[in-house]
Write a protein that binds this ligand. Sequence first.
Ligand code: ZN
Length: 282
Amino acid sequence: MRDFTVDHSALALNTASLGHNLDGAGAGWSPERVIDACAARGYGGIVFWRREIGARAVEIGNRVRSAGMQVVGLCRTPYLVGREAPRDASDLHAAIEMAADLGAPVLTIVTGGTEPDSKGVIETQKRLAERVAAIAPVAAAAGVSLALEPLNPMFGGNRTCLFTVADALAVCDRVAAPNVGIAVDVYHVWWDRSLAASLAAARGRVLGYHLCDWLENTGHMLLDRGMMGDGVADLRAIRQAVEDVGDYRGLCEVEVFSAENWWKRDPADVLDVIVDRFRRYC
Ligand code: ZN
């Protein structure tokens, strides 16, 4: 397990921590301002959301790299299953193209919920695997890997059909494509006592690790994530499992959706706090 107490070069910002994943949230800094502020603080990389990038993927990607950082990933594909999944794959192709233009090696998949003509998640997971298998070669040709992110079970129904790392790995097994793996997010896995055992089957397939904390009294299930150190998740134990069992050595992205707290603060202060908390608690 890496020692972050003296070195935060593995720290990446997911711009959702500044409110950048939702229109009208956060202070509205431009990508350039975010890039400069992260570079000045020694961040190793940035993860963007599609809505920030628009038609400027190549330009923004180059700007990150010329600032000495990596584009770690892009959030995210449209839903692949569930009632809200688009009927055709055009937006999915656009997401892959944007990741490639940005130079983002990983595109995150939040799957979408249960298919409208089915119950439970078994049939939906089967269809998900078929759809991921169909798109994986397109992503591979673009040099992009796809990371299936299991979500906390409270997001079942409309947002996900993958509740655990084991669920996500089972879909990866069905797809059996070298560029399809998983993302592990503290918010979604902190409760799972079988996490380390599941990660044993994930070696080489963990494509991302997302940091935040689980607040003891969560006020909103989507937009009240805690900053690392403010909650009850065992952050060191989770990272130890992700690194030592799951064999993950990539950057660790801080992804704090926090409409009523962190998004209301000055982004410069938030970026400072993230560095401090990353070194102290992660
Ligand atoms: Zn995440």
